[in-house]
Design a protein around this ligand. Sequence first.
Ligand SMILES: Nc1ncnc2c1ncn2[C@@H]1O[C@H](COP(=O)(O)OP(=O)(O)OP(=O)(O)O)[C@@H](O)[C@H]1O
Length: 609
Amino acid sequence: MDEEITSKGIIGRGMRVLLRAIRMEPFMFTLGALGAIVHSGTTIAGAFVSGAIVDMVVVPSVENGEPALAALAIAVVVLIFVSLLKIAGMISRRLGAGAMQFRLQARHRRLVTRRYLGLPVSWHQKHQTGTLLSNANADVEAAFVPIAPLPFAVGTLVMLAAAMVALFATDWALALVGTLIFPALFLLNVVYSRKMSPRMTRAQQLRAEVSAVAHESFDGALVVKTMGREAEETTRFNVSADELRDSLIRVGRLRGLFDPIMSALPDIGTLAVLVVGVWRLSSGAIGVAEIVSVTFLFSVLAFPVRAITWVLADLPASVVGWERVHGVLKATGDMTYGNGALDREGPARLAFDSVSFSYEDGTKVLRDVTFDVAPGKTIALVGPTGSGKSTIASLATRLIDPDGGVIRVDETDSRTLKHAELAASVALVPQVPFVFDDDVRGNITLGRDLGSSDPDEQVWNSLRIAQADGFVAKLDDGLDTQVGERGTSLSGGQRQRLTLARALAGRPRLLIMDDATSAVDPKVESAILAGLKDSDNPASVLVVAYRRATIALADEVVYLEGGTVVARGSHETLLAKVPGYANLVTAYERAEAERAAEGEFIDDSEVSA
Ligand SMILES: Nc1ncnc2c1ncn2[C@@H]1O[C@H](COP(=O)(O)OP(=O)(O)OP(=O)(O)O)[C@@H](O)[C@H]1O
C-alpha cells in the first residue's frame, strides 16, 4: 500500500481530499467558511475604518487644535460594531472548522473499523496489526488535519481578493506592491509543500512501523521475556523510534526554514508600502489616511496568510493519511451473500462435496474433500499436522470460500445464505482461545440477545456443558469477575472452556471444535463431549481430535492425509485397516501420556456433575 503513495501532484491530490471532506460536511464547512469570510471582511473594513478615523478624527483634531467629538463618537460606534462582527465571525469559523474536523475523523475511524470487520481473514493475515491500528488512528487524524485551518484559509483567500480590489481602488502604485507580495506568498507555499511532501510521507510510514514494532513486542511479551530478548527487542524498537525522530526533525527543520520567510514577506510588504506611500504622498497622489489604511492592511494580513500555509503544509500528510485510509476502505475480497435462510431448530447437517482449496501462494491444501456430518452426529476429524483440518474448520464456518466444490449446511450452499445467517447456526471454537477484556458474562454473551427469559441461567447452562461452571463459581465475583487484560488471568484450559461456553450460549445447531480442548484434561474433554450429546439443544459436532478418548466418543472418524480424505469409518475399523491412522493415534497417545506425567493438566482436571 505504501509504495503507491508518491509525492507527485500532491497539491492536486490534496485538493481532492479537501473537496471530498467539504462534500461530506457541507453544513459545518459553510458555517466555518461564512464565519471566516465575515472575519476577513471585518478585518479589511477595520483597516479602512482606521484610515477614516485618521482622516476624520485625528487630522481635523490636530489641525483645529480641539477634538472632533461627534466624529469620534461615530468612529467608536463603528469600531465596536466591526469588532463585534469580527468576534461573531471568529466564533463561527472555529466552531465550523472544529466540528467538521472531528466529525470527519470520527466517521472515518468508524468506517475503517467496520471495513476491517468486513474484510476476509486472508486480508488480515497480510496486514500487521500495528499498521491497522495506525490506519484507524494516526492516518485518519493526519488525513483531516488541514480541515481545521481550511475555513480560515478560504476566508483569507476572499480577504486577499478583497484587499487587492481595495488596493487598486486606493492607488495603483500601492496595488503594485500587493501584486508582487501576494503571488510571492503563494509561490513560497507551493515550493514549501513540494519539499515537505516526501518528508511527510516518510514520517507517516515510519509512524506505522513504530506502531507495528511496538505492537509485536507487546503481543510477544511472553516470548521476549522468557527468551531473555528484552535488550534486543528494545534495540529493535529504538532503531524504529530513532528513525521516526530523525524523520520528524527533518520535517521540523524545513518548517523552521520556511516559517520565518513566510511571516517576513507581509512585513516586507508593509515596508514597501511605507516607501512607495511616502513617495506617492510627496507627489500628492494619496493622503495620509490611504497610507495608514494600506499599512494596517498589510500588517493584519500577515497572520491570516499563515492559514493558507497551514493548509498547504499539512496537505502532504493529509494525502498520505487519506490514501492509507482509502487503501483500507477500497480493499476488496469481501464475501458475497445471497438471500438463503436456515432452519433455527434441531441439529444441522454439514456436507463437503468435492471441496478443493488453496491459500494465496497457490499450493493446494485440500483436494476433492467429501464427507458429511449427519444431524445430531459427532464426527472426529483426524490427520497429521498440516493435513488441512483447520482449513476445513475455516471453510465450514465460511471464514474462507472453497476454490472448487460446494459446502452445504442443511441442503443449502453456504455461499447463498444471507449475511450472518451461518453465524446464527454454526459456531467455531478456534484452536487459540480469545478472552475479551470484559467480565465472564460479557465474554459469554458478547452482547448477543440469547433469546432466553433468564440470560444468566443460559450463561450458567453453557458454562456447565463446557465444564467451566466449577471454576467460574469459585471466582470472587462469579459472572461479574473481570477476565482478560484487566482482570483475572485464567489457565489455558479455563480460557478454552470459556471460549467453548461462548460458542454454546448461541445454541448452535452445528459446532466446529478446532482442537479447542487441547489444554483441557482428557477426563474433562470427555465430559464436555458427553454433555454436548445430552444437552437440551443437541448440536451436530465436527471435532478436530487427537485423543483416543475423544475419538472414541465420536460416531465416525474422517481421516485426512495431505489434504485428502483417506478413510472414514469407526475408530476401530480405521485402527485395524489404516496403518497411517493407527500410527498417528498411537503417537498421540504416547505424547498425551507424557503430558499427563508432567502434570500439565493439574489445574484443569475438575469435572462438574
Ligand atoms: N494462511 C495460510 N496461508 C498459506 N498457507 C497456509 C495458511 N494456513 C495454513 N496453511 C497451510 O495449509 C496447510 C494446512 O494447514 P491447516 O492449518 O489446515 O492444517 P492442520 O491439519 O489444521 O494442521 P495442525 O494440526 O498443525 O493444526 C499447511 O500446509 C499450512 O502450511
